[in-house]
Design a protein around this ligand. Structure first.
Ligand code: BG6
Length: 475
């Protein structure tokens, strides 16, 4: 295996450094990078926040989920800076503290994305005369097509696309990246990866967790905005893209953008929205969504969504992609199922089983990463009877995975300037364009109820049953 090189030294300026994201995801990933020897010893961190604070208070906050020698090395290089995100004085002061390579990391509420990027630009801090200047932007990127377009416009007026890193943490997951290798590194898979052999595709991101304490964010967002145009469309584009000419960022991103652009906007009669009512999901006793803290009793917000997506390319014409995601479901299960066409049955007529089990490839992304291929085999005995059998590959049996947040690769890539795993403006807008009819339609009406701990609303089963198909079981 090739060994990754130490990333160039840089200063991380973390906006929203006192927040949850910085301590839960960012810092553990930085410490893992340090432990792997991939961070330069001169890489340092400035945490910006509006409250009164100190270097030590920031270190305490960021140290919540990390410890050990690697964390201590990082902690020494963390400084606190107080300032209002929309105040020019902050950026003037910042200009005096930074030089060389800088990564601006926006771990802030989305309404600050535009203002912060503009202020950085106005202060001349995107100027790359003495090193690179890059900005990392978290999700949600916009709330619909129009707002995403406006945000892109604002950002790209101040920085070049090559300086903008729109993060989608799904792309940091090892097994998500493996989709490309599974597809393009194996003649066997790529040969059948088209509408001649594939009957349909299912993409599922099921969670047992409920909305919990995230009521104010979630009620304004909902399952569709939270998961579909970003995470699920990333998976769709990795499954659906044409082979890129190389693994260069632009080549990969262009192919992904093309698939998303070929998605026919999803009409409301091809989608279902659900909302959980009280039940038990995983170990959690879940109250009605409408009784969740910071959720409006009049809310229309959905906690589940399922849809049928048409990808209008030569490869996929006639092959539906069914997408679903939800909270408080029966199991945690993120997977992609490629269901192949039935084999012609003529040969098997007159045997006790005249319907063969279908071939199916399951790419399991969470919780136990792996790949399973379902085949038909002969049941031993005098009759020719076909039964399903599974070839199974489990990532953790073959590799030592350790605990990773998924952000490690992404942060490392920001430092080395590799944008492959980041969303380009057109990909983001393509995702929003595809779901815009649903955003419009769902300003009215209410989601269908489903019990917490179940597989989701009945209408989702009906949606796929209309086409004579069924969902792959969750969990
Ligand atoms: C986030 C969403 O982007 O992804 C959350 O805001 C969701 O609501 C999470 O729970 C799922 O990510 P993962 O990595 O846990 O599957």
């Amino acid at each position: 295996m090739k060994k990754a090189a130490v990333a160039p030294a840089a200063t991380f300026v973390i906006f929203g450094a006192m927040g949850d994201l910085a301590r839960r995801l960012l810092m553990p990933a930085i410490v893992n990078l340090q432990a792997a020897g991939l961070l330069d010893a001169k890489t340092d961190f400035i945490g910006v926040s509006h409250g009164e604070g100190s270097d030590d208070a920031l270190r305490d906050a960021l140290g919540k989920f990390v410890d050990g020698a690697d964390w201590r090395k990082i902690a020494k290089r963390i400084r606190y800076m107080q300032g209002e995100f929309e105040d020019d004085a902050l950026y003037k002061e910042l200009a005096g503290k930074i030089g060389g390579n800088v990564v601006f990391y926006l771990a802030v509420a989305p309404n600050f994305f535009g203002p912060i990027v503009e202020s950085i630009g106005k202060a001349g801090l995107f100027d790359e005369k003495d090193g690179f200047r890059r900005v990392v932007i978290e999700k949600p990127f916009g709330t619909d097509l129009k707002s995403a377009q406006e945000l892109n416009k604002r950002i790209l007026a101040c920085a070049g696309e090559d300086q903008v890193y729109r993060i989608d943490h799904f792309l940091g997951k090892e097994t998500v990246q493996n989709i490309l290798v599974t597809r393009f590194g194996n003649a066997l898979t790529e040969a059948v990866w088209n509408n001649r052999y594939v009957d349909h595709v299912q993409i599922t991101a099921a969670e047992t967790v409920s909305v919990g304490t995230r009521g104010s964010f979630y009620d304004a967002t909902g399952a569709l905005r939270d998961m579909v145009p970003n995470h699920l469309f990333q998976l769709l584009s990795l499954v659906g893209m044409e082979p890129p000419a190389s693994f260069d960022a632009e080549a990969v991103r262009s192919e992904k953008a093309k698939v998303v652009a070929a998605v026919r906007p999803v009409e409301p009669d091809e989608a279902v929205r659900g909302r959980y009512v009280a039940g038990k999901a995983g170990d959690e006793k879940v109250p009605d969504y409408l009784k969740t803290q910071d959720v409006s009793p009049k809310s229309r917000t959905e906690t589940y969504v399922a849809m049928k997506v048409a990808v209008e390319t030569w490869r996929w014409h006639g092959v539906p992609f069914y997408l679903r995601t939800g909270k408080a479901l029966a199991a945690r299960d993120t997977e992609i199922v490629i269901r192949f066409r039935d084999a012609p049955l003529m040969l098997f007529h007159g045997t006790p089983t005249d319907a063969l089990p279908p071939n199916q490839l399951v790419l399991q992304l969470q919780p136990n990463e792996g790949i399973a291929l379902a085949l038909a085999v002969k049941q031993p005995g005098p009759l020719v009877e076909a039964v399903p059998a599974e070839l199974h590959f489990d990532y953790s049996e073959r590799f030592k995975l350790g605990h990773r947040t998924g952000y490690e690769t992404l942060l490392y890539d920001v430092l080395i300037g590799d944008q492959t795993l980041f969303q380009r403006a057109d990909q983001i807008e393509g995702g929003w364009r595809a779901v815009q009819p649903l955003l419009d339609a769902w300003k009215k009406g209410q989601p269908e109820a489903y019990k917490a701990g179940s597989d989701g609303p009945e209408a989702a089963d009906a949606l796929i049953a209309r086409d004579g198909r069924t969902w792959h079981p969750i969990g």
